[in-house]
Design a protein around this ligand. Structure first.
Ligand SMILES: N[C@@H](CCC(=O)N[C@@H](CS)C(=O)NCC(=O)O)C(=O)O
Length: 214
């Protein structure tokens, strides 16, 4: 399998964690989103939305959208299942996943931030405020969800799930952007527990072969 990915793309990072947790071997194809390789015609044929990641299966099928990719992986590689089958665990996992992937991440994506700067001529300072505003609002909700799910080490329960595959990259991104995350101790505890695990270490941006300096 091939994963079209960018080392510090949080959506790519989600998929890399899932693949590492499942012990799936794959080849990484770096797509440098800083210089617009996600918009190349050749890449858009694989993933028409022009965002990373995209997966090419051993059968040659291409699949975009990190959550769709992880859903596919979870069904084809059922070892280390990432989505509980029973409620309330399943609903608790999915509400954290959607809070991050549907409510937090899309408004702070690179193309949105670039549109603010390049088209709307928003200052660097205002752009930073935008980013932090949506992070703090979203993470505050995730913090409450994690407290409500009343669980052990990870987002939901004592083994990593899809929720952890999504929380860790979003948290890492927010840290990289200099957000003050001190108000979210439960999220931080989960993040700290995850990043010490071999699968999360293997998937981390700093350990990717396509890593390039900031
Ligand atoms: N919903 C998509 C989001 C993918 C996404 O936003 N990828 C970002 C990197 S994290 C990207 O490719 N950004 C390039 C751009 O903004 O032009 C998914 O989950 O795969």
């Amino acid at each position: 399998m091939k994963l079209y990915s960018f080392f510090n793309s949080s959506a790519s990072y989600r998929v890399r964690i899932a693949m590492a947790l499942k012990g799936i071997d794959y080849q990484t194809v770096g797509v440098n989103i800083r210089i617009g390789q996600q918009n190349a015609l050749e890449y858009r044929r694989l993933n028409p939305i022009g965002l990373v990641p995209a997966l090419i299966t051993d059968e040659g099928e291409s699949l975009g959208q990190s959550l769709a990719i992880i859903d596919w992986l979870d069904r084809h590689f059922p070892q280390t299942p990432l989505l509980p089958t029973n409620d309330p665990q399943r609903m608790r996992v999915l509400e954290v996943v959607y809070a991050i992937c549907c409510d937090i991440h899309p408004v702070n994506n690179m193309r949105v931030l670039r549109y603010l700067s390049d088209e709307l001529k928003v200052s660097e300072e205002a752009k930073k405020r935008w980013y932090e505003h949506w992070i703090l609002q979203g993470m505050s909700a995730v913090e409450q969800l994690l407290r409500r799910s009343d669980t052990g080490t990870f987002c939901v329960g004592d083994t990593p799930t899809l929720a952890d595959c999504c929380l860790v990259p979003q948290w890492a991104n927010a840290q990289r952007m200099g957000c003050d995350l001190s108000g979210f101790p439960r999220c931080k505890a989960v993040y700290d527990a995850c990043v010490g695990l071999p699968a999360f270490i293997a998937a981390a941006p700093e350990n990717q072969q396509d890593k390039i300096p900031a």
